[in-house]
Design a binder for this molecule. Structure first.
Ligand SMILES: [Zn+2]
Ligand SMILES: [Zn+2]
Length: 316
């Protein structure tokens, strides 16, 4: 008998619906985007790595804004937990003045695997931090001007030094302490976002300069939480041509459809997929954030290859 078997129809690929949450199929072992008290996070660096290790993370990047102090704190104290690999990282909020249509006219660039002892990078970060402090003081002044002083509440927060990167969440926390707002989100939406009364524009590096600074220090530059990527291929292509090597595909608050769409952009643009929680600590403990984080293990091998290539591009 030669009766042909009915040919099996290829099953259509199931696509996520908008708003559908990402359900982690297993606990993530990778988190490449976290903040400590050295920038605008709440946990001390050694506490963050301990909590991440306890939650099952094996590959962790601390990516504080404009400072490597948190990475150095952990390394200098010998506090890398057994079984956890710490990647030195930074996050640069880069100004896109030529693209005012982007959210707050900025994009965020992660620098993964940068050399924490690179003098040129440190000089660039120190300048960024001075600009942050200046902006911070102007925001505090604006709040005084509108009868929302936070000076005493700021004094009650942990002190900061030149190594620390000040940000709006610190302003927001002081506003909560004063009873002006109930949450960091409310502080941003009512007072601190662009167009709101205490907003002060950022000064600092543009994205191309940020990517160059990261690469010169042996790091891999990855564009963070850019959910607009599928609609903004112009930005993706321009930054890739400037040396961008990665795209943050697995971002904790992306819905499943966004992860798919941003993942397609990364694949088509030959950018390595990175992923992380962007944990700051305001809303919940690390374990709770981790429970909703999905960074698949398949991220690791291409990431390691890209990190090695980025390193050898400066040392070779
Ligand atoms: Zn960011
Ligand atoms: Zn971040």
């Amino acid at each position: 008998m030669t009766g042909a078997r009915p040919r099996r129809q290829p099953r259509p690929e199931r696509h996520a619906l908008p708003g559908e949450p990402v359900i982690p199929p297993a606990p993530s072992t990778i988190d490449l985007h976290t903040h400590t008290s050295r920038s605008d996070g709440l946990l001390r660096p050694s506490q963050l790595v301990a909590d991440a290790a306890a939650a099952g993370i094996r590959l962790l990047a601390i990516t504080d804004h404009d400072t490597l102090a948190g990475v150095r704190d952990v390394l200098d104290a010998g506090n890398v937990p057994p079984g956890l690999e710490l990647i030195p990282g930074i996050e640069l909020n880069a100004i896109t003045a030529d693209r005012p249509d982007l959210r707050e006219s900025e994009v965020h660039v992660l620098g993964l695997g940068v050399d924490a002892d690179d003098d040129e990078l440190e000089a660039a970060l120190a300048l960024q931090r001075r600009r942050r402090r200046h902006r911070f003081e102007r925001m505090v002044q604006r709040l005084r001007d509108i009868a929302r002083p936070i000076d005493d509440a700021l004094e009650a927060l942990p002190a900061t030094g030149d190594d620390d990167a000040l940000g709006r969440p610190r302003v927001a926390r002081a506003m909560i302490a004063k009873g002006y707002v109930a949450s960091v989100e409310e502080a941003f939406s009512v007072y601190l976002s662009r167009g709101r009364p205490a907003y002060v524009p950022r000064e600092g590096l543009g994205p191309v300069e940020a990517i160059r600074a990261i690469r010169a220090a042996g790091g891999l530059a990855s564009l963070a939480h850019f959910s607009e990527a599928p609609q903004r291929l112009d930005v993706i292509h321009e930054l890739r041509d400037a040396g961008l090597g990665g795209l943050e595909v697995y971002y904790r608050t992306f819905d499943a459809a966004t992860v798919e769409a941003v993942g397609r952009v990364a694949a088509e643009a030959s950018l390595v997929a990175t992923g992380g929680s962007d944990y700051h600590g305001d809303l919940e403990v690390y374990a709770a954030t981790h429970a909703a984080l999905w960074v698949p293990p398949t991220v690791e091998a291409p990431l390691r290859a890209a990190l090695a290539a980025a390193r050898s591009a400066t040392t070779g």
